[in-house]
Design a protein around this ligand. Structure first.
Ligand SMILES: [Zn+2]
Length: 193
């Protein structure tokens, strides 16, 4: 029997629905059980854009200095262009770069509001590995023994982490752009003098 797929909106989310109930396909199961990232994403343009940024960070397809270097070792340095100290890895961007300290602190305050539990928030933010795990997937089974989150807290953290990733990436682009301008002006001043 040939399956006929239609797109339906359920609880605000678009999903495929197969009429071939007797023989569900793998596609059917995958589409009905999307990655956790998308479960908390509402069909709003800015939320989808945020989710895409986080998806690229999760999958390693967001180009940071460390992965740009892998493709072009002779011309690209892995060193972070913001702090110019350490290699720019995903973990460096999410939790370590000193040039993003202020933005990080502002967003940890927002996280406190999302979690509504100061002790849990302190537990999360004081352990860098745990924090990065929480940002990338707060429902991961490895976190269950370390911090217990209610379904509402998980949803709020997922939304917070998507906004946090977007703010980091936007701020990173702004800093790199302003540094490029300063460099161009520096070169120009030499030519004028
Ligand atoms: Zn850095």
């Amino acid at each position: 029997m040939r399956a006929v797929n239609t797109v339906k909106q359920k609880n605000g989310f678009f999903s495929f629905e197969s009429k071939d109930h007797a023989r569900p396909t793998n596609l059917h199961r995958v589409v009905d059980n999307p990655h956790n990232l998308w479960k908390s994403t509402r069909p709003k343009q800015h939320e989808i854009q945020r989710a895409e940024i986080k998806a690229r960070l999760i999958t390693g397809t967001f180009i940071l200095q460390s992965n740009a270097m892998k493709y072009n070792k002779s011309e690209v340095s892995a060193t972070c262009k913001l702090c110019e100290v350490d290699d720019e890895t995903r973990e460096h961007l999410l939790g370590r770069c000193s040039a993003l300290n202020r933005l990080r602190e502002e967003n940890f305050t927002r996280l406190k509001g999302s979690v509504s539990d100061d002790n849990k928030c302190t537990t999360i933010t004081q352990d860098l590995d745990m924090l990065i795990h929480i940002i990338l997937d707060c429902t991961h089974s490895s976190l269950k023994d370390l911090v217990v989150l209610s379904p509402e807290q998980e949803t709020n953290i997922k939304r917070w982490s998507q906004a946090y990733c977007e703010r980091l990436v936007t701020h990173r682009a702004q800093i790199i752009s302003s540094k490029q301008w300063v460099y161009k002006l520096y070169i120009l001043s030499f030519r004028i003098n």
